[in-house]
Every structure is written in C-alpha cells, then in structure tokens.
Design a protein around this ligand. Structure first.
Ligand code: ZN
Length: 400
C-alpha cells in the first residue's frame, strides 16, 4: 500500500535540513525546524490537506471527514548532532500512511491530522515535549520566559516565526481528537536483540528530574578532625548509593545521578557544597519511589549534619497507553507480517501529553540500531516501510 521509494526519498530530504552526512542538528524552535515544517507542510498541502502552524509552532495537516480527528505524527526537531530517525521517522511515516490511504482512494469518515510537534527534545530551552504539552494544556506557567544560552526566550523564538509569543494559545480540547498514534524508533536494543521489526508500547515510564544541593562546611583538610566535619561530598556519596539501592530494589525502576559538582573543589579542602542531578524512572508507582529517595536524602542529611534542598525540574507520571489502540496496532503489525511484542518505553515521548489529557493513545516502535540521539542511529528502509504500512493499516481501521 505504501510507496517505499517516496518514503526513502523523503527520509533523505528531511535529513538534509540541519544535516550533514548522517548527523542532524535541528533544534527546537530554530530556523531549521521551521524549514522542516515547510517541507512537511508542502507534502501535505499537495494532497489537499489544510495545513497550519499553531501558537507553539506545531504543524498540523488535516484531511478527510468530519468529527473528532485521528491525530498521527511525531516531532520535527532533533538533539544537537543527532540522527536522521528520532522523531523524523514518525512524521515521515505518518505522511506516508495518509498518502497511502489517499492513493488507495479510501473514504476517510473521520478527519486525520498529521502533526509535527515542535521542540520535543528540549535541547535548546530545557523544556522537553514542548509542543505537545502546549496543545494539551500541560505547559508550566511562565515557561515562555525561559531563555537559551544566547539569551533568546521561548516567546522571542515564537515571535521570530510570526507567532504571538504565547505557546498556551495552542491549547486544544482532548475531545477534538478520537485518538493519537505515534511511530518512533525504539531508542534501545530490545527489538534488535529479539530480531523483530516492530513493537507496541504498553506504557511510558514516569520520570522525575531534580537538582539536589547539599550544604555542609568547607574546612581545612589537615586541621579539621574527622569528628568535626560536615562533608557535603561524603553525604552526597551516601545518597548516590541509596539511589542505586532503592532503584535496584524495585523491578521496574532505574535511578541515575549523572552530574555532580563539588565546591570549593580543592584537594586540601573538605567539600562545603555539592550539587547533583537526580533522574528517577519507573513504569509503576513513581511517587512511592520518589518518596523513598527523598526520605533517604533527608535521613543522610540529618545523620551527617548537612542541609539538603531539592529543586524539582520534571515530574511526569507513568503513562499507560490505551488498551484498544494497542490492540489495533498489534493487529496492524500482524497484517504486515510482524508479531509485535508489547514493550515499555524508558524514554519520554510526546504521546504522554495526549494520553494524560485523556485521548486514547498508542505508540508503535520501529527497530533501530546504532544507538539513538547520535548520527549512527539507523532504522533500515525495510523496517521503516513495515512501520509506515502498519501505521496505514491502523489509521484505516480508526477512520473508517
Ligand atoms: Zn524522539
């Protein structure tokens, strides 16, 4: 049903925007991201879709019947020096699937809206899932004032596209959508290891990001006896191990301290302050996990006579995807000859926002090799074509 040559050509065309070789740098809310929208919007307009950009710079192309729409797509941005497939493949396969239905002269009882979400990666402003959060009313207040390293705010970046600078204006009601489908590369090795091209996502992990500051007492490393110290790094070290222990004690959890800074940072000074990151993820019971980690922070701080403060940066609950839509995707994969396993996503995705807003949501993973968020990430044309075909089959069922 799908046109493999067209898909292959467009993978190359889109990758050239912000790209060189297999590397793509197409940051959220940048001129390159807008060029990508122009290209994608052009394809959709040529097939008679009504194309528009919203106040958060998301691109929509709507075609077909009346009533609540089936929304399908992914994001158009990348991380710096990222690859050709993360996000892009989901948009390309959505366009291809819709074109396949139009080529087959299918009557679309419901409208289909293809979406290219803006700034999913949050690489520039630190706000991930930006465009989808705006549409589903999940952006924190005041977010438009956040600035990139050059001092440009989100509001400024939106105004540069001719928008008003208020992404909250992009908000739409969940009732406008009958369902949401997203295809994405897996970003992990499970499908590759299993030798299977496609997977159906059952849930997306809950994520908690925070910055922890431990304040102790900087002192002379020679003159301060061990019993008189409030060593911020020693306290932080105990917390790092507690994070590891607590994550290991839960079957579906991971916990990472990936950044740590010590002040004043000299070999002959007892560390006075320590700042570190906290990344906690689990596919069930996120809040009890966070609670246990924060209790450990408090306990260690108390025992070691240091002060701990926590700055919460992100707190996205575990997102279970819709069982009916999962079944539609599983059947669609079967139709194209793939017995797709159900799997949990350890990475965050735009699909969380419609799902948490109450839109029945499903995600299809495509096997990818060579890692992700880097130029070596690769979905083969065979796998991409299978994904697009399965997406078309699922769309056909959902719109007719
Ligand atoms: Zn992505």
């Amino acid at each position: 049903m799908i046109d493999r040559g067209r898909l292959e050509r467009r993978i190359g065309e889109l990758a050239r925007i912000g790209g060189s070789g297999t590397s793509v740098s197409r940051l959220g809310l940048s001129a390159e991201e807008q060029q990508a929208r122009d290209l994608i919007g052009g394809w959709l307009a040529a097939r008679g879709a009504v194309v528009r950009r919203d106040a958060a710079a998301n691109l929509f192309g709507r075609t077909g019947g009346v009533g609540a729409a089936v929304l399908v797509g992914s994001h158009a941005d990348s991380v710096p020096d990222g690859g050709r497939f993360d996000g892009a493949l989901g948009v390309l396969c959505a366009v291809e699937a819709v074109e396949a239905l139009l080529d087959a002269k299918m009557s679309l009882r419901r409208p289909i809206e293809v979406v290219a979400w803006a700034d999913e990666e949050g690489a520039r402003f630190g706000v991930g899932l930006f465009g989808s959060a705006a549409v589903f009313g999940r952006l924190p207040a005041g977010i438009a004032d956040r600035r990139d390293r050059a001092g440009v705010s989100i509001a400024d970046a939106l105004r540069a596209f001719g928008e008003r600078g208020d992404p909250a204006l992009a908000r739409r009601g969940a009732k406008e959508f009958a369902s949401y489908l997203e295809l994405h590369i897996e970003q992990g090795p499970r499908l590759e290891k299993a030798g299977i091209a496609l997977g159906v996502v059952d849930a997306i992990v809950g994520i908690y990001h925070a910055r922890v500051t431990i304040r102790g007492q900087a002192d002379h490393a020679g003159a301060t006896v061990m019993t008189a110290r409030a060593d911020a790094l020693a306290a932080a070290s105990e917390i790092v191990l507690a994070v590891e222990r607590l994550a290991r004690s839960r079957p579906d959890a991971v916990g990472t301290v990936g950044e740590i800074a010590v002040r004043p940072g000299a070999k002959n000074v007892v560390p006075g302050e320590c700042v570190f990151s906290l990344d906690l993820r689990t596919s069930r019971d996120l809040d009890p996990f966070i609670h246990d980690v924060l209790a450990a922070v408090e306990r260690v701080a108390h025992e070691r006579h240091v002060q701990a403060s926590i700055d919460e940066l992100a707190h996205v609950p575990v997102t279970t995807l819709d069982p009916k839509i999962r079944e539609v995707l599983r059947r669609a994969a079967k139709t194209v000859g793939v017995d797709a396993p159900e799997m949990t996503s350890g990475a965050g995705h735009d699909a969380q926002n419609p799902a948490l807003a109450g839109v029945p949501t499903g995600m299809l993973f495509v096997r990818s090799t060579g890692g992700s968020h880097k130029p070596s990430e690769l979905a083969s044309l065979d796998d991409a074509a299978l994904g697009a075909e399965a997406l078309a089959v699922a769309l056909r069922e959902l719109v007719s």
